[in-house]
Design a protein around this ligand. Structure first.
Ligand code: C2O
Ligand code: CU
Length: 482
């Protein structure tokens, strides 16, 4: 057999959390990979596309023969994908209908103004809506998700997450795989009761792990592919689980993009680490495999992923058909500005740790009236993010600013993480220095651990760019018409 099509034995499963019975275990690869629907605007004018998304409870079939209630954007999870063009504006009306809890929507990766950035305390109550304005000023694979203060982990876990893709002329002009060969993969882990209800249990404000892996909402799916190149946009939408992705036949991924868009050039790697909220884009060329080949996307696991149990499965690619392929992977993808270390006007240090049962940054928890950094508009800063305690890793997210990793423990970043990013994996005993330019927006923006259980309790702070920016509370939600 060509290409290592031997299957792993079933049984490399994910463990259930302490105190929870195991979820009903669907047979891996029995369900086809679903693709979230692309949302059409309700109307458009010369500058703007207007969308409407209703947050509501939905009843969906995830496990065979069982119904699961999710809190979904438009009642589905993941929510619909929004696809936009660089420079067109989006106005998205997020309607809080029947989820029964207050919400705040953050478009993660967008340089939104503070009043549209999903500030954790800018809540929309049930029966209210808020119109969010997005400038679409970066071409990247980003995502929208709930950000309600102290309840982000639960709300996202229950389903409030979806993908948002901005494309520009540079990207569309490249000969990369397009349309049905450009595929989102949203990876999440969930825990279910025997009758299919989602179990949210943060294990004493530490983590939420599940023993069923969903891709685009389906358990261990399989994707039937043609023998040609595909582009994948992978998002880790899990609450606490990170992954180290690899292919079961040992083949390479050709990495082309990071959180904030295409890298300057492709790089080939055998595996890569994917922390919560990180996005990577890669190409797999299935043309070298015979029809009938099956390749499993695996999780090699990470030490300290809590329930790490050896190689685990995510999904499977089944090569089912021949195909012609006019796509190619150019050796140069786009120009990515590289900020030299010498451009930085200052360095700040942020230490992420657990103290007295709290998740803290430099010893402090979230307070909405405290500002921990106040760069001027246009300042280039280096932030040293570090985690000098064993036991936990923290994927650290900065709102507004895309940064480059200068080094990790004094060594160069991994080849695949050399593009622009907004989430930085800070492993145990790791110190990561990131450089970025603050602005052009002014105002307050959050920064936090994207283990959203840690974020909720209360590993989050904020920086303010410049002075006199718009308040995050400047635009409030409005009641739905009766
Ligand atoms: Cu993806 Cu502040 O969040
Ligand atoms: Cu954390």
């Amino acid at each position: 057999l060509v290409g290592g099509s031997l299957l792993l034995p079933i049984g490399f499963q994910y463990r259930s959390q302490a105190g929870t019975a195991g979820s009903p275990q669907p047979t891996p690869f029995s369900v086809k990979l679903p693709i979230p629907p692309v949302l059409n605007p309700v109307r458009s004018d010369t500058t703007t596309d207007y969308y409407e998304i209703t947050m509501k409870k939905g009843r969906v079939n995830i496990l065979p023969g069982l119904t699961t209630e999710v809190w979904g954007y438009n009642g589905i999870s993941p929510g619909p994908t929004i696809k936009q063009r660089l420079g067109r504006q989006s106005v998205v009306r997020f309607i809080n209908n029947s989820v029964g809890v207050a919400t705040s929507v953050h478009l993660h990766g967008m340089a939104s103004q503070p009043q549209y950035d999903g500030y954790a305390e800018d809540l929309t109550a049930p029966g209210y809506y808020k119109d969010y304005v997005y400038p679409n000023n970066r071409a990247a694979t980003i995502w929208y998700h709930d950000h309600a203060i102290h309840n982000t982990a639960r709300n996202v876990y229950m389903g409030l997450a979806g993908m948002y893709i901005v494309q520009d002329a540079v990207e569309l002009g490249l000969p990369l795989p397009k349309d049905q060969y450009d595929v989102p993969l949203i990876i999440q882990d969930k825990q279910f009761t025997t009758n299919g209800r989602l179990v949210f249990d943060d294990q004493g404000e530490k983590s939420q792990f599940g023993d069923v892996i969903l891709v685009n909402g389906a358990p261990w799916p399989r994707m039937e592919v043609a023998a040609r190149k595909y582009r994948f946009r992978v998002l880790n939408g899990s609450i606490s689980r990170s992954y180290k992705l690899a292919l079961s036949n040992g083949s390479d991924f050709t990495m082309i993009g990071t959180d904030a868009g295409l890298m300057s050039a492709p790089v080939r790697v055998k595996n890569f680490r994917l922390g919560m909220a990180e996005r990577y884009e890669f190409i797999i060329d299935f043309s070298k495999y015979a029809i009938g080949t099956r390749i499993v996307l695996q999780n090699l696991g990470l030490p300290n992923n809590d329930d790490y149990d050896g190689t685990e499965q995510i999904m499977r690619f089944d090569v089912v058909a021949a195909a012609t392929d006019d796509s190619s992977i150019p050796s140069t993808l786009r120009t990515v500005e590289s900020i030299p270390e010498s451009a930085a006007v200052r360095t700040r240090e942020f230490r992420y740790e657990r103290t007295n049962g709290l998740w803290v940054i430099n010893g402090k928890i979230w307070e909405n009236d405290r500002i921990d950094a106040n760069p001027k508009v246009g300042d280039v800063e280096i932030w040293r993010l570090y985690n000098n305690a064993g036991g936990w890793f923290h994927p650290i997210h900065l709102h507004l600013v895309d940064c480059q990793i200068l080094d990790r423990n004094g060594k160069p970043p991994f080849p695949y993480e050399r593009g622009l990013k907004d989430v930085f994996y800070v492993g145990e005993n790791e110190s990561v220095r990131v450089i970025g330019r603050y602005g052009p927006n002014t105002g307050k923006y959050m920064s936090h651990c994207h283990n959203t259980v840690h974020e909720d309790h209360d590993m989050m702070n904020q920086f303010e760019v410049g002075q006199g920016g718009i308040s995050p509370f400047a635009v409030s939600s409005k009641p739905l018409p009766a």
